[in-house]
Design a protein around this ligand. Sequence first.
Ligand SMILES: NC(=O)C1=CN([C@@H]2O[C@H](COP(=O)(O)OP(=O)(O)OC[C@H]3O[C@@H](n4cnc5c(N)ncnc54)[C@H](O)[C@@H]3O)[C@@H](O)[C@H]2O)[C@H](O)CC1
Ligand SMILES: [K+]
Length: 500
Amino acid sequence: MKILNADQIRALDKSTIQNEPIAPINLMERAALAFVDWFVDRFPNTTSTKIFCGLGNNGGDGLAIARLLLERDYPIDVYVVRYAPRESDDFMHNHRRLKLVIERIHYVELTEDIPAIRHNEVVIDAILGSGLSRPAEGIIKDTIGAINRAPATVVSVDIASGLYTDQANSQADTIIEPDYTVTFQLPKLAFVMPKNGRYVGEWHLVDIRLHKRYIDHAPTPYYYTQPKDARLLLHKRERFSNKGSFGHALLLAGSYGKIGAAVLSARACLRSGVGLLTVHAPSCGYTTLQTAVPEAMCRPDSNERMLTGQSEVDTPPPADYSTVGIGPGIGKAPETLAMLRDLLPTLTKPMVVDADALNLLSENRELLDKLPKYSILTPHPKEFERLTQTWKDDYQKLELLRNFAKKYKVVVVLKGAYSAVATPDGDIHFNSTGNPGLSTGGTGDVLTGVLTALLAQGYDPIEAAVLGVFFHGLAGDRAAEQRGPIGMTASDVVDALRWE
Ligand SMILES: NC(=O)C1=CN([C@@H]2O[C@H](COP(=O)(O)OP(=O)(O)OC[C@H]3O[C@@H](n4cnc5c(N)ncnc54)[C@H](O)[C@@H]3O)[C@@H](O)[C@H]2O)[C@H](O)CC1
Ligand SMILES: [K+]
Protein backbone atom coordinates (compact mmCIF):
# COMPACT_ATOMS: atom_id res chain seq x y z
CA MET A 1 0.00 0.00 0.00
CA LYS A 2 1.39 3.42 -0.96
CA ILE A 3 1.92 6.32 1.42
CA LEU A 4 1.35 9.65 -0.36
CA ASN A 5 2.31 13.12 0.85
CA ALA A 6 -0.08 16.02 1.61
CA ASP A 7 0.19 17.53 -1.90
CA GLN A 8 -0.49 14.17 -3.52
CA ILE A 9 -3.51 13.61 -1.27
CA ARG A 10 -4.88 16.99 -2.39
CA ALA A 11 -4.19 16.08 -6.02
CA LEU A 12 -5.83 12.69 -5.43
CA ASP A 13 -8.93 14.47 -4.18
CA LYS A 14 -9.00 16.62 -7.30
CA SER A 15 -8.38 13.65 -9.57
CA THR A 16 -11.25 11.76 -7.94
CA ILE A 17 -13.57 14.77 -8.30
CA GLN A 18 -12.65 15.19 -11.97
CA ASN A 19 -12.49 11.59 -13.06
CA GLU A 20 -15.19 9.79 -11.19
CA PRO A 21 -16.65 12.43 -11.47
CA ILE A 22 -18.04 13.49 -8.14
CA ALA A 23 -18.86 16.90 -6.71
CA PRO A 24 -16.50 17.89 -3.88
CA ILE A 25 -19.37 18.13 -1.45
CA ASN A 26 -20.39 14.58 -2.29
CA LEU A 27 -16.84 13.32 -1.74
CA MET A 28 -16.97 15.02 1.64
CA GLU A 29 -20.30 13.31 2.29
CA ARG A 30 -18.74 9.97 1.34
CA ALA A 31 -15.86 10.60 3.74
CA ALA A 32 -18.24 11.60 6.52
CA LEU A 33 -20.34 8.48 5.94
CA ALA A 34 -17.26 6.25 6.03
CA PHE A 35 -16.20 7.83 9.30
CA VAL A 36 -19.72 7.44 10.78
CA ASP A 37 -19.87 3.76 9.76
CA TRP A 38 -16.63 3.26 11.70
CA PHE A 39 -17.87 5.33 14.65
CA VAL A 40 -21.28 3.66 15.12
CA ASP A 41 -19.54 0.25 15.22
CA ARG A 42 -17.66 1.34 18.33
CA PHE A 43 -19.80 3.86 20.22
CA PRO A 44 -23.51 3.31 21.01
CA ASN A 45 -25.94 6.17 20.28
CA THR A 46 -26.17 6.88 23.98
CA THR A 47 -22.64 8.27 23.87
CA SER A 48 -22.53 11.97 24.58
CA THR A 49 -20.41 13.32 21.74
CA LYS A 50 -18.79 16.72 21.23
CA ILE A 51 -17.63 17.51 17.70
CA PHE A 52 -15.07 20.28 17.28
CA CYS A 53 -14.95 21.66 13.73
CA GLY A 54 -12.42 23.90 12.02
CA LEU A 55 -13.29 26.10 9.05
CA GLY A 56 -11.59 24.06 6.31
CA ASN A 57 -12.65 20.79 4.77
CA ASN A 58 -11.69 18.83 7.87
CA GLY A 59 -14.24 21.01 9.66
CA GLY A 60 -16.65 20.44 6.79
CA ASP A 61 -16.25 16.71 7.38
CA GLY A 62 -17.03 17.31 11.04
CA LEU A 63 -20.27 19.15 10.28
CA ALA A 64 -21.40 16.39 7.93
CA ILE A 65 -20.47 13.77 10.53
CA ALA A 66 -22.53 15.68 13.12
CA ARG A 67 -25.58 15.70 10.83
CA LEU A 68 -25.22 11.96 10.08
CA LEU A 69 -24.84 11.08 13.78
CA LEU A 70 -27.86 13.24 14.64
CA GLU A 71 -29.87 11.23 12.07
CA ARG A 72 -28.79 8.17 14.08
CA ASP A 73 -30.02 9.75 17.33
CA TYR A 74 -26.61 10.43 18.85
CA PRO A 75 -26.58 13.18 21.53
CA ILE A 76 -24.33 15.62 19.64
CA ASP A 77 -22.93 19.03 20.53
CA VAL A 78 -21.16 20.90 17.75
CA TYR A 79 -18.46 23.48 18.41
CA VAL A 80 -17.13 25.48 15.48
CA VAL A 81 -13.70 26.85 16.32
CA ARG A 82 -13.85 30.17 14.55
CA TYR A 83 -10.16 30.90 14.07
CA ALA A 84 -10.32 32.82 10.79
CA PRO A 85 -12.72 35.09 8.90
CA ARG A 86 -13.00 32.70 5.94
CA GLU A 87 -14.57 29.26 5.70
CA SER A 88 -14.12 26.76 2.89
CA ASP A 89 -17.04 26.40 0.44
CA ASP A 90 -17.71 22.83 1.48
CA PHE A 91 -17.64 23.91 5.10
CA MET A 92 -20.30 26.55 4.34
CA HIS A 93 -22.44 24.03 2.50
CA ASN A 94 -22.43 21.62 5.43
CA HIS A 95 -22.86 24.48 7.86
CA ARG A 96 -26.12 25.43 6.13
CA ARG A 97 -27.32 21.82 6.03
CA LEU A 98 -26.54 21.21 9.69
CA LYS A 99 -28.34 24.35 10.83
CA LEU A 100 -31.52 22.91 9.36
CA VAL A 101 -31.47 19.89 11.65
CA ILE A 102 -29.75 21.05 14.84
CA GLU A 103 -31.09 23.39 17.46
CA ARG A 104 -27.84 25.11 18.16
CA ILE A 105 -24.26 25.27 16.93
CA HIS A 106 -21.75 26.61 19.44
CA TYR A 107 -19.01 28.94 18.27
CA VAL A 108 -15.66 28.97 20.00
CA GLU A 109 -13.83 32.28 19.56
CA LEU A 110 -12.52 32.89 23.08
CA THR A 111 -11.14 30.42 25.61
CA GLU A 112 -14.21 30.90 27.78
CA ASP A 113 -16.29 29.50 24.88
CA ILE A 114 -14.49 26.16 25.24
CA PRO A 115 -16.91 23.73 26.92
CA ALA A 116 -16.13 21.44 29.83
CA ILE A 117 -15.63 17.89 28.58
CA ARG A 118 -16.67 14.98 30.77
CA HIS A 119 -14.87 11.63 31.13
CA ASN A 120 -17.67 9.56 29.65
CA GLU A 121 -17.90 11.68 26.52
CA VAL A 122 -16.35 11.18 23.10
CA VAL A 123 -14.68 14.08 21.36
CA ILE A 124 -14.51 14.06 17.57
CA ASP A 125 -11.59 16.20 16.42
CA ALA A 126 -12.38 17.81 13.05
CA ILE A 127 -10.53 21.08 13.56
CA LEU A 128 -7.54 20.78 11.18
CA GLY A 129 -6.74 18.05 8.73
CA SER A 130 -4.14 17.41 6.05
CA GLY A 131 -4.28 21.10 5.08
CA LEU A 132 -2.29 22.10 8.15
CA SER A 133 0.22 24.68 6.95
CA ARG A 134 1.46 26.18 10.16
CA PRO A 135 1.47 25.28 13.87
CA ALA A 136 -1.84 25.61 15.68
CA GLU A 137 -2.08 28.97 17.39
CA GLY A 138 -4.59 31.10 19.27
CA ILE A 139 -8.01 29.69 19.96
CA ILE A 140 -7.18 26.46 18.10
CA LYS A 141 -4.20 25.87 20.34
CA ASP A 142 -6.29 26.58 23.44
CA THR A 143 -9.04 24.24 22.25
CA ILE A 144 -6.55 21.46 21.49
CA GLY A 145 -5.03 21.92 24.94
CA ALA A 146 -8.43 21.70 26.60
CA ILE A 147 -9.30 18.55 24.66
CA ASN A 148 -5.97 16.93 25.56
CA ARG A 149 -6.48 17.75 29.23
CA ALA A 150 -10.03 16.35 29.20
CA PRO A 151 -10.57 12.74 30.35
CA ALA A 152 -12.70 11.92 27.29
CA THR A 153 -12.07 9.48 24.41
CA VAL A 154 -10.81 11.40 21.39
CA VAL A 155 -11.27 10.37 17.75
CA SER A 156 -9.48 12.46 15.14
CA VAL A 157 -10.95 12.84 11.65
CA ASP A 158 -8.29 12.11 8.99
CA ILE A 159 -5.35 13.23 11.18
CA ALA A 160 -4.89 14.72 14.63
CA SER A 161 -5.33 18.49 14.49
CA GLY A 162 -1.95 20.17 14.59
CA LEU A 163 0.01 17.15 13.29
CA TYR A 164 1.71 17.57 9.94
CA THR A 165 0.94 14.85 7.39
CA ASP A 166 4.49 14.43 6.11
CA GLN A 167 6.91 16.68 7.90
CA ALA A 168 8.26 17.05 11.40
CA ASN A 169 6.42 19.06 13.99
CA SER A 170 8.51 21.00 16.45
CA GLN A 171 8.51 19.96 20.10
CA ALA A 172 6.61 23.12 20.99
CA ASP A 173 3.68 22.43 18.66
CA THR A 174 0.26 21.81 20.19
CA ILE A 175 -1.27 18.66 18.75
CA ILE A 176 -4.34 16.59 19.58
CA GLU A 177 -3.47 13.31 21.34
CA PRO A 178 -6.25 11.03 20.07
CA ASP A 179 -7.17 7.53 21.15
CA TYR A 180 -8.09 6.83 17.53
CA THR A 181 -7.38 8.39 14.15
CA VAL A 182 -9.77 7.50 11.31
CA THR A 183 -8.07 8.45 8.06
CA PHE A 184 -9.25 8.35 4.45
CA GLN A 185 -8.00 5.69 2.02
CA LEU A 186 -4.22 5.61 2.66
CA PRO A 187 -2.02 5.87 5.76
CA LYS A 188 -0.14 9.11 6.24
CA LEU A 189 3.62 9.19 6.69
CA ALA A 190 3.12 10.83 10.09
CA PHE A 191 1.44 7.62 11.32
CA VAL A 192 4.55 5.47 10.94
CA MET A 193 6.93 7.86 12.71
CA PRO A 194 7.73 6.28 16.10
CA LYS A 195 7.83 9.67 17.89
CA ASN A 196 4.31 10.52 16.68
CA GLY A 197 2.70 7.59 18.53
CA ARG A 198 0.88 9.80 21.03
CA TYR A 199 -0.47 12.04 18.24
CA VAL A 200 -1.93 9.13 16.26
CA GLY A 201 -3.28 6.58 18.71
CA GLU A 202 -4.78 3.53 17.03
CA TRP A 203 -5.22 4.43 13.40
CA HIS A 204 -7.84 3.00 11.03
CA LEU A 205 -8.24 3.38 7.29
CA VAL A 206 -11.66 3.94 5.76
CA ASP A 207 -12.08 3.48 2.02
CA ILE A 208 -13.69 6.45 0.26
CA ARG A 209 -12.99 5.09 -3.24
CA LEU A 210 -10.43 7.69 -4.24
CA HIS A 211 -9.19 7.52 -7.80
CA LYS A 212 -7.31 4.18 -8.03
CA ARG A 213 -5.51 5.08 -11.24
CA TYR A 214 -4.03 8.17 -9.61
CA ILE A 215 -2.84 6.08 -6.64
CA ASP A 216 -1.38 3.40 -8.92
CA HIS A 217 0.61 5.99 -10.88
CA ALA A 218 1.57 8.32 -8.03
CA PRO A 219 5.35 8.20 -7.45
CA THR A 220 6.33 7.67 -3.83
CA PRO A 221 9.28 6.09 -2.00
CA TYR A 222 7.06 5.13 0.92
CA TYR A 223 5.03 1.93 1.26
CA TYR A 224 3.12 0.24 4.06
CA THR A 225 3.35 -3.57 4.11
CA GLN A 226 -0.04 -5.13 4.68
CA PRO A 227 -0.72 -8.88 5.16
CA LYS A 228 -1.74 -9.36 1.53
CA ASP A 229 1.44 -7.61 0.30
CA ALA A 230 3.60 -9.94 2.42
CA ARG A 231 1.74 -13.13 1.57
CA LEU A 232 2.09 -12.37 -2.14
CA LEU A 233 5.88 -12.58 -1.67
CA LEU A 234 5.81 -16.09 -0.17
CA HIS A 235 7.34 -18.75 -2.47
CA LYS A 236 5.15 -21.81 -2.85
CA ARG A 237 6.94 -25.07 -1.94
CA GLU A 238 7.11 -27.67 -4.74
CA ARG A 239 5.93 -31.12 -3.64
CA PHE A 240 8.99 -32.99 -4.81
CA SER A 241 11.72 -30.81 -3.44
CA ASN A 242 14.58 -31.87 -1.23
CA LYS A 243 16.58 -30.06 1.44
CA GLY A 244 19.09 -29.08 -1.24
CA SER A 245 16.40 -26.92 -2.85
CA PHE A 246 16.26 -24.58 0.11
CA GLY A 247 19.88 -23.65 0.40
CA HIS A 248 22.66 -24.20 2.88
CA ALA A 249 23.23 -21.20 5.14
CA LEU A 250 26.24 -20.36 7.28
CA LEU A 251 25.68 -18.45 10.52
CA LEU A 252 28.68 -16.82 12.20
CA ALA A 253 27.47 -16.20 15.72
CA GLY A 254 28.20 -16.32 19.42
CA SER A 255 30.98 -15.53 21.88
CA TYR A 256 31.71 -16.63 25.45
CA GLY A 257 28.57 -15.87 27.45
CA LYS A 258 26.52 -15.12 24.34
CA ILE A 259 26.05 -18.56 22.82
CA GLY A 260 22.32 -18.11 23.33
CA ALA A 261 22.31 -15.57 20.48
CA ALA A 262 23.71 -18.27 18.18
CA VAL A 263 21.08 -20.75 19.41
CA LEU A 264 18.23 -18.29 18.81
CA SER A 265 19.35 -17.26 15.33
CA ALA A 266 20.01 -20.89 14.38
CA ARG A 267 16.60 -22.04 15.59
CA ALA A 268 14.90 -19.14 13.81
CA CYS A 269 16.80 -19.95 10.61
CA LEU A 270 15.58 -23.54 10.69
CA ARG A 271 12.03 -22.37 11.51
CA SER A 272 12.15 -20.18 8.42
CA GLY A 273 12.61 -22.90 5.83
CA VAL A 274 16.36 -23.12 5.23
CA GLY A 275 17.41 -26.51 3.77
CA LEU A 276 20.68 -26.92 5.66
CA LEU A 277 22.38 -24.81 8.30
CA THR A 278 25.95 -24.70 9.56
CA VAL A 279 26.73 -22.60 12.60
CA HIS A 280 30.32 -21.45 13.10
CA ALA A 281 30.66 -20.53 16.79
CA PRO A 282 33.45 -20.40 19.43
CA SER A 283 34.23 -23.92 20.66
CA CYS A 284 32.75 -23.13 24.10
CA GLY A 285 29.39 -23.24 22.36
CA TYR A 286 29.84 -26.53 20.56
CA THR A 287 27.98 -28.83 22.97
CA THR A 288 25.29 -26.26 23.63
CA LEU A 289 24.55 -25.80 19.95
CA GLN A 290 24.61 -29.50 19.13
CA THR A 291 22.18 -30.08 21.99
CA ALA A 292 19.89 -27.07 21.62
CA VAL A 293 19.79 -27.09 17.81
CA PRO A 294 20.50 -30.66 16.69
CA GLU A 295 19.20 -29.88 13.20
CA ALA A 296 22.13 -27.50 12.63
CA MET A 297 25.65 -28.64 11.82
CA CYS A 298 28.22 -26.95 14.01
CA ARG A 299 31.72 -25.84 13.02
CA PRO A 300 33.59 -25.00 16.24
CA ASP A 301 36.05 -22.13 15.99
CA SER A 302 39.60 -22.94 17.07
CA ASN A 303 39.20 -20.21 19.68
CA GLU A 304 37.38 -21.19 22.84
CA ARG A 305 35.72 -17.85 23.47
CA MET A 306 35.39 -15.81 20.27
CA LEU A 307 35.16 -16.05 16.50
CA THR A 308 38.43 -16.02 14.59
CA GLY A 309 37.15 -17.88 11.54
CA GLN A 310 39.70 -20.67 12.02
CA SER A 311 38.60 -24.23 12.73
CA GLU A 312 40.12 -27.65 12.75
CA VAL A 313 36.85 -28.92 11.25
CA ASP A 314 37.26 -28.68 7.53
CA THR A 315 34.26 -27.13 5.72
CA PRO A 316 33.79 -25.25 2.45
CA PRO A 317 34.77 -21.57 2.45
CA PRO A 318 31.95 -19.16 3.47
CA ALA A 319 31.56 -18.08 -0.16
CA ASP A 320 30.38 -21.61 -1.07
CA TYR A 321 27.30 -21.35 1.15
CA SER A 322 24.00 -20.06 -0.22
CA THR A 323 24.10 -17.24 2.31
CA VAL A 324 26.16 -16.02 5.25
CA GLY A 325 24.57 -14.42 8.31
CA ILE A 326 26.87 -12.74 10.81
CA GLY A 327 26.49 -10.87 14.06
CA PRO A 328 24.37 -12.38 16.82
CA GLY A 329 26.42 -12.29 20.02
CA ILE A 330 29.81 -12.14 18.27
CA GLY A 331 31.31 -9.31 20.33
CA LYS A 332 34.00 -6.95 18.99
CA ALA A 333 37.29 -8.72 19.75
CA PRO A 334 40.19 -7.79 17.46
CA GLU A 335 40.36 -11.42 16.28
CA THR A 336 36.70 -11.22 15.26
CA LEU A 337 37.30 -7.94 13.43
CA ALA A 338 40.20 -9.60 11.61
CA MET A 339 37.87 -12.43 10.61
CA LEU A 340 35.32 -9.92 9.25
CA ARG A 341 38.04 -8.05 7.38
CA ASP A 342 39.21 -11.30 5.71
CA LEU A 343 35.68 -12.54 5.09
CA LEU A 344 34.03 -9.62 3.27
CA PRO A 345 36.22 -9.54 0.13
CA THR A 346 35.58 -13.25 -0.44
CA LEU A 347 31.79 -12.84 -0.57
CA THR A 348 29.71 -11.74 -3.54
CA LYS A 349 26.22 -13.00 -2.65
CA PRO A 350 24.09 -10.80 -0.35
CA MET A 351 24.64 -11.55 3.33
CA VAL A 352 22.89 -10.60 6.59
CA VAL A 353 24.78 -8.33 8.97
CA ASP A 354 23.51 -7.67 12.49
CA ALA A 355 24.43 -6.56 16.01
CA ASP A 356 28.16 -6.36 16.76
CA ALA A 357 29.07 -7.05 13.14
CA LEU A 358 27.33 -3.72 12.42
CA ASN A 359 29.21 -2.06 15.26
CA LEU A 360 32.49 -3.38 13.86
CA LEU A 361 31.54 -1.82 10.52
CA SER A 362 30.80 1.49 12.26
CA GLU A 363 34.25 1.44 13.82
CA ASN A 364 35.96 0.39 10.58
CA ARG A 365 33.98 2.28 7.95
CA GLU A 366 36.28 1.28 5.08
CA LEU A 367 34.66 -2.14 5.37
CA LEU A 368 31.26 -0.74 4.37
CA ASP A 369 32.36 -0.63 0.74
CA LYS A 370 33.36 -4.29 0.96
CA LEU A 371 29.82 -5.45 1.78
CA PRO A 372 28.30 -7.60 -0.98
CA LYS A 373 25.70 -5.48 -2.79
CA TYR A 374 22.12 -5.99 -1.65
CA SER A 375 23.24 -7.37 1.70
CA ILE A 376 20.67 -6.92 4.47
CA LEU A 377 21.74 -4.88 7.51
CA THR A 378 19.50 -4.99 10.57
CA PRO A 379 20.40 -2.15 12.93
CA HIS A 380 18.27 -0.94 15.78
CA PRO A 381 18.23 2.89 16.02
CA LYS A 382 21.36 3.10 18.20
CA GLU A 383 23.34 0.86 15.86
CA PHE A 384 22.12 2.92 12.89
CA GLU A 385 23.18 6.11 14.60
CA ARG A 386 26.68 4.65 14.97
CA LEU A 387 26.65 3.73 11.28
CA THR A 388 25.61 7.25 10.26
CA GLN A 389 25.01 10.15 12.70
CA THR A 390 22.47 11.45 15.19
CA TRP A 391 19.26 12.87 13.72
CA LYS A 392 16.99 15.66 14.88
CA ASP A 393 13.70 13.94 14.03
CA ASP A 394 12.16 10.86 12.43
CA TYR A 395 12.03 12.54 9.02
CA GLN A 396 15.74 13.30 8.98
CA LYS A 397 16.31 9.71 10.10
CA LEU A 398 14.40 8.53 7.00
CA GLU A 399 16.62 10.63 4.75
CA LEU A 400 19.74 9.20 6.41
CA LEU A 401 18.31 5.72 5.94
CA ARG A 402 17.54 6.24 2.26
CA ASN A 403 20.93 7.81 1.55
CA PHE A 404 22.84 5.07 3.36
CA ALA A 405 20.98 2.28 1.54
CA LYS A 406 21.55 4.00 -1.82
CA LYS A 407 25.20 4.84 -1.13
CA TYR A 408 26.25 1.31 -0.15
CA LYS A 409 23.59 -0.46 -2.27
CA VAL A 410 22.34 -2.39 0.73
CA VAL A 411 18.95 -3.14 2.25
CA VAL A 412 18.69 -1.62 5.72
CA VAL A 413 16.08 -2.82 8.21
CA LEU A 414 15.77 -0.13 10.85
CA LYS A 415 14.11 -2.07 13.64
CA GLY A 416 11.51 -0.60 15.98
CA ALA A 417 7.83 0.36 15.89
CA TYR A 418 6.90 0.18 12.18
CA SER A 419 10.32 -1.26 11.24
CA ALA A 420 11.48 0.52 8.09
CA VAL A 421 13.03 -1.48 5.22
CA ALA A 422 15.15 0.88 3.10
CA THR A 423 16.20 -0.34 -0.35
CA PRO A 424 19.13 0.61 -2.64
CA ASP A 425 16.70 2.29 -5.00
CA GLY A 426 15.53 4.67 -2.29
CA ASP A 427 12.22 3.08 -1.31
CA ILE A 428 11.15 2.51 2.28
CA HIS A 429 8.68 -0.20 3.28
CA PHE A 430 7.11 0.27 6.73
CA ASN A 431 6.09 -2.90 8.50
CA SER A 432 2.60 -3.37 9.90
CA THR A 433 3.22 -6.17 12.44
CA GLY A 434 4.97 -6.37 15.80
CA ASN A 435 4.43 -4.91 19.24
CA PRO A 436 6.41 -3.48 22.17
CA GLY A 437 6.85 -7.03 23.54
CA LEU A 438 9.46 -7.51 20.81
CA SER A 439 11.83 -5.17 22.60
CA THR A 440 13.17 -8.07 24.64
CA GLY A 441 16.66 -9.56 24.38
CA GLY A 442 17.24 -11.93 21.52
CA THR A 443 14.48 -10.95 19.11
CA GLY A 444 17.09 -9.31 16.88
CA ASP A 445 19.01 -12.61 16.78
CA VAL A 446 15.75 -14.28 15.72
CA LEU A 447 15.29 -11.80 12.86
CA THR A 448 18.86 -12.45 11.67
CA GLY A 449 18.12 -16.18 11.48
CA VAL A 450 14.86 -15.51 9.63
CA LEU A 451 16.49 -13.28 7.02
CA THR A 452 19.46 -15.61 6.53
CA ALA A 453 17.05 -18.47 5.84
CA LEU A 454 15.06 -16.43 3.28
CA LEU A 455 18.18 -15.37 1.38
CA ALA A 456 19.43 -18.98 1.44
CA GLN A 457 16.17 -20.06 -0.22
CA GLY A 458 16.74 -17.65 -3.04
CA TYR A 459 14.41 -14.79 -2.08
CA ASP A 460 15.32 -11.46 -3.61
CA PRO A 461 16.97 -9.43 -0.79
CA ILE A 462 14.32 -6.68 -0.79
CA GLU A 463 11.52 -9.25 -0.76
CA ALA A 464 13.35 -11.24 1.92
CA ALA A 465 13.62 -8.17 4.13
CA VAL A 466 9.98 -7.07 3.70
CA LEU A 467 8.72 -10.64 4.13
CA GLY A 468 11.04 -11.54 7.00
CA VAL A 469 10.26 -8.40 8.99
CA PHE A 470 6.54 -8.94 8.45
CA PHE A 471 6.46 -12.58 9.59
CA HIS A 472 8.93 -11.94 12.41
CA GLY A 473 6.60 -9.21 13.69
CA LEU A 474 3.57 -11.47 13.21
CA ALA A 475 5.29 -14.17 15.29
CA GLY A 476 5.88 -11.48 17.90
CA ASP A 477 2.17 -10.64 17.86
CA ARG A 478 1.31 -14.32 18.32
CA ALA A 479 3.81 -14.63 21.17
CA ALA A 480 2.28 -11.54 22.81
CA GLU A 481 -1.20 -13.09 22.50
CA GLN A 482 0.02 -16.33 24.09
CA ARG A 483 2.30 -14.92 26.80
CA GLY A 484 1.47 -11.23 27.02
CA PRO A 485 3.88 -8.53 25.81
CA ILE A 486 5.70 -8.56 29.14
CA GLY A 487 6.10 -12.30 29.63
CA MET A 488 7.06 -13.19 26.04
CA THR A 489 10.64 -14.12 25.21
CA ALA A 490 12.62 -14.38 21.98
CA SER A 491 12.24 -18.18 22.16
CA ASP A 492 8.46 -17.71 22.09
CA VAL A 493 8.90 -15.68 18.90
CA VAL A 494 10.90 -18.52 17.30
CA ASP A 495 8.20 -21.02 18.26
CA ALA A 496 5.46 -18.75 16.90
CA LEU A 497 7.05 -18.43 13.44
CA ARG A 498 4.64 -19.66 10.75
CA TRP A 499 5.00 -19.13 6.99
CA GLU A 500 1.54 -19.06 5.50
N1 LIG B 1 -9.04 12.55 0.16
C1 LIG B 1 -9.22 12.91 1.38
O1 LIG B 1 -8.42 12.60 2.26
C2 LIG B 1 -10.39 13.76 1.69
C3 LIG B 1 -10.21 14.67 2.72
N2 LIG B 1 -11.16 15.52 3.09
C4 LIG B 1 -10.96 16.36 4.24
O2 LIG B 1 -10.30 17.54 3.80
C5 LIG B 1 -9.25 17.81 4.73
C6 LIG B 1 -8.22 18.66 4.06
O3 LIG B 1 -8.90 19.86 3.77
P1 LIG B 1 -8.10 21.25 3.75
O4 LIG B 1 -9.12 22.33 3.65
O5 LIG B 1 -7.02 21.14 2.77
O6 LIG B 1 -7.39 21.32 5.11
P2 LIG B 1 -8.00 21.55 6.51
O7 LIG B 1 -9.38 21.04 6.63
O8 LIG B 1 -7.00 21.07 7.46
O9 LIG B 1 -8.15 23.15 6.51
C7 LIG B 1 -7.25 23.90 7.17
C8 LIG B 1 -7.46 25.26 6.57
O10 LIG B 1 -7.05 26.14 7.53
C9 LIG B 1 -5.83 26.75 7.17
N3 LIG B 1 -4.86 26.34 8.16
C10 LIG B 1 -3.84 25.49 8.02
N4 LIG B 1 -3.12 25.40 9.14
C11 LIG B 1 -3.72 26.24 10.02
C12 LIG B 1 -3.46 26.58 11.35
N5 LIG B 1 -2.44 26.05 12.03
N6 LIG B 1 -4.26 27.49 11.95
C13 LIG B 1 -5.28 28.02 11.27
N7 LIG B 1 -5.62 27.73 10.00
C14 LIG B 1 -4.83 26.84 9.40
C15 LIG B 1 -5.47 26.25 5.82
O11 LIG B 1 -5.32 27.39 5.01
C16 LIG B 1 -6.61 25.39 5.37
O12 LIG B 1 -7.36 25.97 4.38
C17 LIG B 1 -8.79 16.46 5.13
O13 LIG B 1 -8.05 16.48 6.31
C18 LIG B 1 -10.09 15.71 5.27
O14 LIG B 1 -10.65 15.87 6.54
C19 LIG B 1 -12.38 15.63 2.28
O15 LIG B 1 -13.45 16.06 3.05
C20 LIG B 1 -12.77 14.32 1.67
C21 LIG B 1 -11.64 13.67 0.93
K1 LIG C 1 -8.52 16.50 12.62
